[in-house]
Design a protein around this ligand. Sequence first.
Ligand SMILES: Nc1ncnc2c1ncn2[C@@H]1O[C@H](COP(=O)(O)OP(=O)(O)OP(=O)(O)O)[C@@H](O)[C@H]1O
Ligand SMILES: [Mg+2]
Length: 271
Amino acid sequence: MAFLEVKNIRKTFGETAVLKGIDFTLEEGEVLSIIGSSGNGKTTLLRVLNFLERADQGKVLVDGEVIFDSDQTMDEKTIREKRLKLGMVFQNFNLFPQYTALENVALALNLREEEGLKGEKLNFFQKRAKRKEIKEKNSQIAMDILKKVGLEDKANLYPCALSGGQQQRVAIARAMALKPEILCFDEPTSALDPELTGEVLKVIKELKETSNITMIIVTHEMEFAKNISDKVLFMAEGKVEAFGSPQEIFEESNNPIVQAFLKRDWQGEQA
Ligand SMILES: Nc1ncnc2c1ncn2[C@@H]1O[C@H](COP(=O)(O)OP(=O)(O)OP(=O)(O)O)[C@@H](O)[C@H]1O
Ligand SMILES: [Mg+2]
């Protein structure tokens, strides 16, 4: 049994079938890159895995546990628990502009613990003290994570005072704070100027080297995909057209669709 099992995921928007039966597996600690031309369902697949979209059909298991099954209905609380197994870093960072870098990273941690407080019988003053304690502890955790992405000196700045690369590093820290088992990235560098791409890719590479987190990265950065991935999934028209090691996909594939795509990308065109 693989760590992540994705089985027959299908998704249709109106008349358009976007995911037409996606199957793949991934082992714990592996990095998967998803590549392919624009509009063929890469983002939709990540959104389905992160419960941002509900698949019409299919199943997803993490470490043997069903986290999504189109044949089952799950209540909100169960969905909230299951979705914590995955984290998402978006193309456009999606930071909260009204919070500092540190607050952006600590926010979800605070919310989760404050939610837990609701069940406790505490008076106003006890609650206030507990909230303060939670906030201080989580600020420390958030600071430690910001250090890992090289941003401890920017902790108190608001997103508008950060470069795109720095904002994306905060977004990575924020996703890491919740300790997901699988971290997903949707084209994490495509909204950045080319000179800022490197710092974000470096952080992702360091994450791979220093943690055992499983990652799924949708990317148009072919050199990066080649270097960082254990597996590569090539998507075309809502299907898995090819799946294998970087060597198998980038060097050895006889598939004409894969070959045409890679040839185009190597000539510097954006897919
Ligand atoms: N909420 C939605 N409603 C209707 N159609 C949608 C929705 N989300 C995605 N689509 C359609 O699904 C198809 C796949 O989109 P998706 O964003 O998954 O592609 P992609 O592979 O990520 O493309 P890109 O490389 O440009 O990011 C597109 O035709 C898109 O218009
Ligand atoms: Mg996309």
